[in-house]
Design a protein around this ligand. Structure first.
Ligand code: ADP
Ligand code: MG
Length: 645
């Protein structure tokens, strides 16, 4: 966070803390308090929705679990606040795990349905378990007391404020740590996450459980705030509101969560009052029109793109003045707003404002040149001490068969790769080269055959596990974490260097700070190694294609691999880029890392490889020194065709 936004944040929070001093009307204090409580939940929901990219329709249910844990502890045990809060967080996180462990095996619409069912079940349980929850009667609570001091409306407001700020700081720290990077990575590219040793499933569950913990805290505070809880609060509508708030406010943003919370608390009240609705519709129209004009002047948008939002918002104003009564139209207006957000505000209000006013111009292509191979080689020295045994077999694959339906993409292939060599894997398109890599990295489980890497069997282990044991890779079609910076991409590869847990991260302990510092230094070192040092803070998706390929290599090296698999690294690269790539791959080998190289550029393969295997229709048709392979009859007919004959 830079200085300006820090000052803005502190000012904003100070204003929020001082709010009760401006008004004595408990209605408004209660309203702002509710916004802050919802914000706590939304900070957590944003981890799941914004960062890991999963949809949860179960958060109203989790919110309910938090409320009812507080209610039951209060009613049955008369427990004090300092006990109720951790209990609510813990119990809800437990329910979150219960939901996540099976649910996160599925994605997309299935996940939505499972979480939706969970929410419904929670509501039914609360209704039916009368002995615990008092059923439809609900539970009455009184405001808590701290150290014998009974909190009044203002006191409680400040308690909520403090817990909201603590939540904000903790969430922010989590998201900026290796955990946050893991969450974001699995959204950017699940397959690449797994291949960087970051288990997609494990971190999805982790994100969900953390998120549930915050829902529990919010639910607990909500129970005290309302002083009465009943089952029908925690319904489907609330779940949709939560999702809407995250998306409307702007995902991946704490300000967005606060804004979203404000919208879902205020919006229903707004849609109750026609006069207010007219004022707000007019204000909105003015805002959108001004925004559109600014956008047009700054050339970040086109007349065609802004036409509908501008006309639509003006139409809304006309409509609001034409309306006689609002009650019949509430739901329709609500629906329209959702449509609007989905079409025009996909990055939420925060994202929209950011794009309009703060977007920095893209890095000019010229800046990128001349940054090649400047870096210190020292950073490359890998932690694995086993590189010395050059000449022994590092990888032994025997009789590997990979069948897709009737197609034998790999048909009974043996492959031996010696330590410290660059081993070429060539063959025409569709001959099974990439499939071989996917088998070696656990993405596919071979139909038959065995693979041994550094003396250990590979088949049957997860991609993340295989990656951590020392096989790193790049992908034929680049798999970067697009929304993350170049440095963050590499740092995901460095995930394995962290021992800090969530408590270390939340408290910024010495251990975490040391690890983060080391990961930063090593990440920068690796970027310099591939000549991307100057682009560390650029988002991966904004890098030119050639640089993306180099970034993938840097990220793979972060794993400290013994074996590096490169799948057509030179595809789509310009001639100077290819030269740089060749130099980098040589340097990697010189550091004792074994390389398997799939490549179509024959000069690259022939000039660099110590051994070459040739695949054709899934079968190995030749193997040996590059020159011998190149002269092989079978290879010439199958692969090199007439040109080399
Ligand atoms: P190469 O990398 O050598 O160009 P691939 O390994 O990508 O070739 O593909 C080998 C063959 O396997 C192709 O015929 C391809 O269509 C098929 N194939 C690869 N992956 C799958 C899959 N997941 N399902 C079905 N067929 C596949
Ligand atoms: Mg391929």
């Amino acid at each position: 966070m830079n200085r300006k936004s820090l000052i803005a944040a502190v000012l904003g929070l100070a204003l929020l803390a001082a709010a009760p001093l401006f008004t004595s009307n408990p209605y408004y204090i209660h309203m702002v308090g509710t916004i802050m409580i919802y914000a706590i939940l939304l900070f957590g929901l944003d981890i799941v929705v914004g960062y890991t990219g999963q949809v949860s329709l179960g958060h109203a249910g989790l919110f309910g679990v938090g409320s009812y844990t507080a209610g039951v502890f209060f009613l049955k045990l008369g427990a004090p606040l300092w006990l109720v809060i951790p209990a609510s967080i813990g119990v809800t996180a437990g329910f979150g795990a219960l939901l996540a462990l099976p649910a996160l095996r599925v994605t997309g619409p299935y996940l939505a349905m499972v979480t939706l069912a969970f929410g419904t079940i929670i509501q039914i349980l609360i209704n039916e378990m009368t002995f615990l929850t008092e059923g439809p009667m609900g539970i009455k609570l009184t405001k808590p007391s701290i150290a014998g001091y009974q909190l009044n409306e203002n006191g409680f407001y400040w308690l909520v404020f403090v817990l909201m700020v603590v939540s904000l700081v903790v969430v922010d720290r989590i998201l900026k740590s290796q955990l946050g990077r893991a969450f974001e990575a699995l959204r950017g590219s699940p397959v690449a996450s797994d291949c960087m040793g970051v288990s997609v499933y494990r971190y999805k569950v982790y994100a969900f459980v953390i998120s549930a913990g915050f829902a529990g805290l919010a639910g607990c505070l909500y129970a005290y705030s309302e002083q009465y809880i009943s089952p029908n609060t925690y319904n489907f509508e609330l779940t949709v509101l939560f999702l809407l708030a995250v998306i409307m406010g702007g995902r991946k943003s704490r300000v967005g969560a606060l804004l979203g919370a404000a919208i879902i608390v205020i919006l229903p009240k707004l849609l109750d009052d026609l006069e207010l609705f007219r004022i707000v519709a007019s204000a909105l129209a003015v805002l959108i029109t001004v925004g559109a004009i600014v956008g047009l002047i700054k050339k970040v948008t086109s007349p065609k793109a802004v036409a509908i939002p501008v006309l639509g918002s003006i139409a809304l104003v006309v409509f609001s003045f034409w309306l006689q009564s609002i009650t019949d139209w509430r739901l329709s207006i609500f629906g329209l707003m959702i449509l609007f957000v989905v079409y025009y505000l996909q990055d939420g209000i925060v994202g929209f404002v950011h794009a309009l006013f703060f977007r920095k111009p893209k890095a000019a292509a010229g800046v990128l040149e001349g940054t090649g191979n400047a870096g210190p080689d020292a950073v490359m020295v890998a932690a694995n001490g086993e590189h010395s045994a050059v000449g022994s077999d590092l990888l032994v694959a025997q009789g590997v068969l990979m069948q897709f339906g009737g197609l034998k993409a790999i048909n009974n292939v043996d492959l031996r790769v010696k330590r410290g060599t660059i081993h070429g894997l060539i063959g025409p398109n569709g001959s099974g080269k990439s499939t071989m890599m996917n088998v070696l990295t656990g993405i596919y489980v071979p139909t038959a055959g065995s693979i041994e890497f550094a003396g250990r069997a590979v088949v049957g282990r997860t991609s993340a596990d295989i990656a951590l044991s020392g096989i790193a890779r790049t992908f034929q079609n680049v798999q970067l974490f697009g929304e993350m910076t170049a440095l963050q991409n590499v740092q995901v590869g460095l995930h394995h260097t962290f021992r800090s847990n969530i408590a270390d991260v939340a408290l910024h302990t010495g251990r975490y700070r040391r690890e983060e510092k080391a990961a930063h230094a090593r990440g920068m070192g690796l970027l310099h190694f591939v000549g991307l040092g100057a682009l560390a803070t650029e988002e991966a998706r904004n890098l030119p294609y050639g640089k993306q390929r180099l970034l993938e290599i840097a990220r793979a090296l972060a794993l400290d691999p013994q074996l590096l698999l490169l799948d057509e690294p030179a595809a789509g690269l310009t001639a100077p880029d290819i030269k740089e790539l060749v130099a980098i791959v040589r340097k990697i080998r010189d550091h004792g890392i074994t390389v398997i190289l799939i490549e179509h550029h024959m000069d690259v393969v022939m000039g660099m490889c110590d051994a070459v295997s040739v695949l054709d229709f899934g079968q190995k048709i030749a193997e040996g020194k590059p020159a011998d392979v190149q002269a092989d009859e079978k290879v010439i007919t199958a692969y090199l065709g007439g040109t080399a004959a």
